[in-house]
Design a protein around this ligand. Structure first.
Ligand SMILES: [Zn+2]
Length: 414
């Protein structure tokens, strides 16, 4: 399988090089079909490549073509080089020939010949409750640990090798989770202390490494730093660090999957406060002429933000409940009283405590914010037209049209 990885990487990097050459010299970029022809030639000339599996190599080209055409929408941009040890993986197309059907159940027919189209299907066998096996070309049956009750019905699968672990992922488009239909809305406020505060008062925390595990990481980092350069000890110690860090990432991912499924199942509409995580985690270092302030604190906050898996939770909820996820502008959600709508920074007594300076409503600060998010409230109080030039808002005698408020409520600026 490592050989498959090497072949796939080699072919992918060839394609990257070709396209880079095309961009540099404005020559015609080879199409996928043309690349496949070139691959056949290359396999004939290169013994090492020719000894590998042709399907695996062709799928790597297919992956590249897909990555290339999705470069503006995928979020990954232009496909780039794959590195040894870093990006190890390959895609396999199923070997079973199965008839294909349209969405409505009619057999899919070839427009030219009129015969039913035959597709490919992955051969998977169940071994027991926990294990199943799949056929990998050139390797025979490969056992894998099952994470789902049902066996996958996929056309292709991808095998990756990361942190000394093999993973297999079947390409299956899951059914979206249906809305319960009771019209229930939930608001979610994401924070550093509490990962996700829900508007029903629940507080969910993303699991992180335990104190013991963190101490272990530091121990191995220390040992690695003291080991002589390029020694076996150094590599082994760094591998231990990587494994522990991977454990944290796995836990976070698992948590996001579970929570997003629960959210999609129990609520019709899920509202998140709109965060710009990229801006929030931007480095505080500044430039040489203008060094930033509180660099270490900001770096710590950045780590905390990224470790919380905020982005992933929203993304996965959106995947599972398409069209049922909304973003609410985050500004003022933490300062607005969810009972009366009064916005005042003095209401926020501490990190955890919220006491409305107008009506005295007392609540956990994160829960209060999430109730505002659920109501779709918050946002910047818009200056009234009568407030004068510069958009300065002063206390006005009338209630704000955006939210129900007592007769003389104003908006305090800060
Ligand atoms: Zn209030």
């Amino acid at each position: 399988m490592l050989e498959h990885c090497a072949h796939a990487r080699f072919v992918w990097n060839l394609a990257v090089e070709q396209h880079a050459h095309w961009r540099r010299w404005r020559t015609a970029a080879p199409s996928f079909a043309e690349q496949c022809r070139q691959l056949t030639e290359a396999r004939r000339e290169n013994v090492w490549l020719g000894a590998g599996n042709a399907d695996v190599q062709q799928q790597a080209l297919g992956d590249f073509a897909r990555a290339k055409s999705a470069r503006f929408t995928s979020g990954f941009g232009e496909p780039t080089w794959r590195k040894k040890y870093r990006h190890e993986g390959f895609r396999v197309i199923g070997t079973d020939r199965v008839p294909e059907y349209e969405v409505d159940g009619r057999p899919k027919l070839n427009a030219k010949t009129g015969r039913q189209v035959m597709g490919r299907s992955v051969v998977v066998q169940k071994l027991n409750k926990r294990w199943a096996q799949v056929k990998v070309p050139g390797c025979g049956w490969v056992r894998f640990r099952r994470t789902r009750a049902e066996l996958p019905d996929a056309k292709t699968f991808r095998v990756t090798f990361r942190n000394n672990q093999w993973h297999i992922a079947f390409a299956v488009i899951p059914e979206p989770i249906e809305a319960p239909g009771a019209g229930e809305v939930i608001g979610i406020d994401r924070g550093v202390r509490i990962t996700a505060a829900l508007s029903d008062g629940r507080k969910l925390n993303c699991p992180q490494l335990t104190v013991k595990e963190r101490a272990k990481i530091r121990k191995h980092q220390r040992r690695a730093a003291r080991a002589p350069k390029a020694s076996e000890t150094k590599t082994a110690e760094y591998a231990k660090v990587a494994r522990l860090k991977a454990r944290e990432a796995n836990r976070r991912k698992d948590w996001c999957e579970k929570i997003s499924t629960t959210l999609a199942r129990t609520y019709d509409l899920v509202r998140f406060e709109k965060l710009n995580i990229k801006n929030m985690t931007r480095t505080a270092k500044g430039t040489q002429g203008e060094p930033g302030k509180n660099v270490a604190q900001k770096a710590g906050l950045n780590r905390a933000i990224l470790a919380q898996g905020w982005g992933l939770l929203r993304q996965r909820t959106e995947h599972k409940a398409p069209g049922r996820v909304e973003d609410v502008p985050a500004a003022y959600t933490s300062l607005r009283c969810s009972a009366c709508g009064w916005i005042d920074k003095n209401s926020r007594k501490s990190q955890a405590e919220f006491v409305c300076s107008f009506c005295g409503f007392t609540c956990n600060a994160d829960t209060n914010a999430s109730i505002n998010v659920a109501a779709g409230q918050g946002g910047i109080p818009r200056p009234r037209r009568s407030a004068g030039a510069g958009g300065v808002t002063t206390a006005t005698g009338r209630s704000n049209a955006r939210e129900p408020q007592p007769a003389w409520v104003g908006i305090l600026l800060f």
